[in-house]
Write a protein that binds this ligand. Structure first.
Ligand code: AP5
Length: 214
């Protein structure tokens, strides 16, 4: 299955992708994770991307499209993928269409995760992330077994650099201006499925399985 999870920052795309992967044997393709890996490794791409990410701005399409195409061209994506955080602009969505056409495949569905804005600030300020394995937690809603430690690898959990109220405000603005238009873009293509994520994680997961017919 080839699926995109769309949604505002902190709507739960990463959390839901991981749950979905327990049902689908396909890779998780997250441009945000790829960029953070590049920042951690001090690559040229990482240094350029960090300038934008620290301000809550989208990284320019010319930097993103290359990494997305490279990731999607790998063998593990042949059977399918869950795209989390890509595409994020109409230009990226059109470029994705061209990439998939080149590979001779097509999207099965785009799941838009809708969340009331009032929930998002709590999710963002309460999120803790593992810098080693990328697992995410929440200080009240999805707590690690040992305070401050990753359940999976035991590393110390951190707060992402862009998870401050100020940067988050900018990320949300970018989402509304540049990413939200994708909802109509995919609706017109007949691919859009909508789930509401104001509920607990498991309920949202079940709703996603339902709309995907899994
Ligand atoms: P990226 O890493 O993609 O961040 P994002 O889209 O802002 O999304 P988040 O990772 O913040 O949130 P999420 O929706 O995955 O939520 P999560 O599941 O963690 O991008 C970061 C930056 O990289 C961008 O700002 C941009 O600069 C750049 N970038 C990346 N891709 C790009 C692209 N294609 N083009 C241009 N620039 C790009 O959940 C959040 C928290 O809520 C967690 O603590 C979780 O435990 C909790 N939670 C989740 N669901 C629930 C629930 N149902 N109930 C209660 N708590 C919940």
């Amino acid at each position: 299955m080839k699926v995109i999870l769309l949604g505002a920052p902190a709507s739960g795309k990463g959390t839901q992708t991981k749950l979905l992967l327990s049902k689908l044997n396909v890779p998780h393709v997250s441009t945000g994770n790829i960029l953070r890996e590049n920042i951690a490794n001090g690559t040229e791409l990482g240094l350029k991307a960090k300038e934008y990410m620290d301000q809550g701005l989208l990284v320019p399409d010319e930097l993103i499209l290359g990494i997305a195409e490279e990731r999607l061209s790998r063998d593990d994506c042949k059977a399918g993928f869950v795209l989390d955080g890509f595409p994020r602009t109409i230009h990226q969505a059109k470029a994705l269409d061209e990439i998939l056409e080149k590979f001779g495949v097509h999207l099965d569905a785009v799941v838009d995760i809708e969340v009331a804005e009032s929930f998002l600030y709590n999710r963002i300020t309460g999120r803790r992330a593992c810098p080693l394995c990328g697992e995410t937690y929440h200080i009240t809603d999805l707590m690690p077994k040992v305070d401050g430690k990753c359940d999976k690898c035991g590393a110390d959990l951190i707060t992402r650099a862009d998870d401050t109220r100020e940067v988050f405000g900018k990320r949300l603005e970018e989402y509304k201006n540049l990413t939200a238009p994708l909802i109509d873009f995919y609706k017109e293509k007949g691919l859009l499925k909508t789930v509401v994520s104001n509920n607990i994680v498991e309920d949202v997961h079940n709703e996603i399985l339902k709309v995907l017919g899994i």
